[in-house]
Design a protein around this ligand. Structure first.
Ligand code: NAD
Ligand code: TYD
Length: 377
């Protein structure tokens, strides 16, 4: 029996990782440690909450004593650390919370793992601390060709007809960190702490940096679920700046599969970049989402294009993210499983089929927050 803590398991990506591990590894005991902030939602895990190999513990990762207690109580062998504040716009308004959770929370997890594992006779043997991070730590790539060029890489995700690369440079694991937002600065700092615990104490750590995820259960402040919900209600779609920024999109279940593979087969102290070779300008993705929602709702395709509303750009808005995940593909044989059009179709259908999930989140307090964010743009 392996006892594995997954932090942030009630959030978007964490819930997919918890579901995958609980279902795939009945011999493991998965302990989901989550504070249930605005972004944590136990409804994301309804289908597995009664499984015998699953335990939920409501706790703040910054609360070192409680975390230490969890390590001892469950005799923890491994950590997959996802808990974080994750939204760039919130980090611009409230950087302190991001430093507290992402930096101090990660440090608290590391220190508890270290103090607990050091007391065991086997010490680090069979242990693993896997930290989930973002490609945003690398900063922004230039958009050298706004029209797009033939990409140098082809994967299943990127072989769709819309796929283009918007520059010849990509994020590789050896790039220097140049974070721009308080969110990415805090994530960068947490990555450094994880590597420091390997280099200083010999803790068996792994870090991965992934591109933008999309799929079911994403909190609707992020681009894709927010826009699906706004199109459904015929509310304005706030496009930041000119909508020309480029992101590299990966279906969340492909990220969860990569995490499973790397947790079990990745090399200690290594970093792996995870991405889809699937670059899209925001405005192009928004048009695909509008057409898809319209079609599924039985509206004329493109009828809701008039909801597009250009608003003040995000401060320090990174121009382009594009991951080179060649190392992961070559060393561990991972690649995305879905073409983007399939992933978007699945995603839109999921949100439209699960309107109660969405309405539950977007009513009440969150609605007021969103209206005030929108009004300030
Ligand atoms: P999310 O905001 O949907 O979920 C975060 C979860 O962490 C929530 O359940 C929340 O309750 C929990 N949490 C927050 N603060 C906590 C605390 N102090 N103690 C315990 N739990 C706490 O985030 P997500 O999009 O699922 O991202 C998960 C991780 O993956 C983050 O570390 C993020 O940086 C990273 N990441 C996200 C993306 C993406 O596109 N969403 C891409 C690459 C990496
Ligand atoms: P987001 O989902 O916040 O992810 P990230 O900032 O981590 O990349 O945003 C994705 C892109 O969409 C980003 O370039 C900002 C842009 N965006 C908008 O244009 N309008 C919006 O309302 C949101 C939330 C994002």
């Amino acid at each position: 029996m392996k006892n594995i803590i997954i932090t942030g398991g009630a959030g978007f990506i964490g819930s997919h990782v918890v579901r995958l591990f609980v279902n795939k590894y009945p011999d493991y005991h998965i302990i989901n440690v989550d504070k249930l902030t605005y972004a944590g939602n136990l409804a994301n895990l309804k289908d597995i909450e009664d499984k015998p190999n699953y335990t939920f513990v409501k706790a703040d990762i910054c609360d070192f004593e409680t975390i230490m207690g969890i390590f001892k109580k469950y005799n923890v062998d491994g950590v997959i650390h996802l808990a974080a504040e994750s939204h760039v716009d919130r980090s611009i308004k409230d950087p302190f919370t991001f430093a507290q959770t992402n930096v101090m929370g990660t440090l608290s997890m590391l220190q508890a793992a270290k103090l607990y594992w050091e007391t065991l006779p086997e010490k680090w043997e069979g242990k693993r601390f896997y930290h989930i991070s973002t490609d945003e730590v690398y900063g922004a790539l230039e958009m050298t060709d706004p029209e797009g060029i033939e990409p140098p890489f082809t994967t299943k995700a990127s072989s769709g007809k819309h796929h283009l690369a918007y520059g010849s440079k990509f994020f590789t694991e050896d790039l220097k960190y140049q974070p721009h937002s308080p969110y990415s600065a805090a994530k960068a700092s947490s990555d450094h702490f994880v590597r420091a615990f390997h280099d200083t104490y010999g803790m068996p750590t792994i870090v991965t940096n992934c591109s933008n995820n999309y799929g079911p259960y994403q909190f609707p402040e992020k681009l894709i679920p927010l826009f699906i919900n706004n199109i459904r209600h015929r509310k304005p779609l706030p496009v930041y700046g000119k909508g020309e920024n480029v992101r590299d999109w990966l279906f969340v279940e492909d990220h969860a599969r990569a995490i499973d593979l790397i947790f079990h087969k990745g090399t200690i102290a290594e970093t792996y970049n995870i991405g889809g070779f699937n670059e899209w300008k925001n405005i192009d993705i928004i048009k695909v989402v509008i057409n898809t929602v319209d079609r599924i709702l039985g509206r004329a395709e493109g009828e809701d294009m008039n909801l597009i509303t250009y608003v003040t750009d995000r401060a320090g808005h990174d121009m382009r993210y594009a991951i080179d995940s060649t190392k992961l593909q070559k060393e561990l044989g991972w690649e995305p499983s879905l073409q983007f059009e399939e992933g978007i179709e699945k995603t839109v259908r999921w949100y439209l089929d699960n309107q109660a999930w969405m309405d539950n989140i977007t009513s009440g307090e969150y609605e007021k927050y969103y209206e005030s964010m929108y009004a300030n743009r």
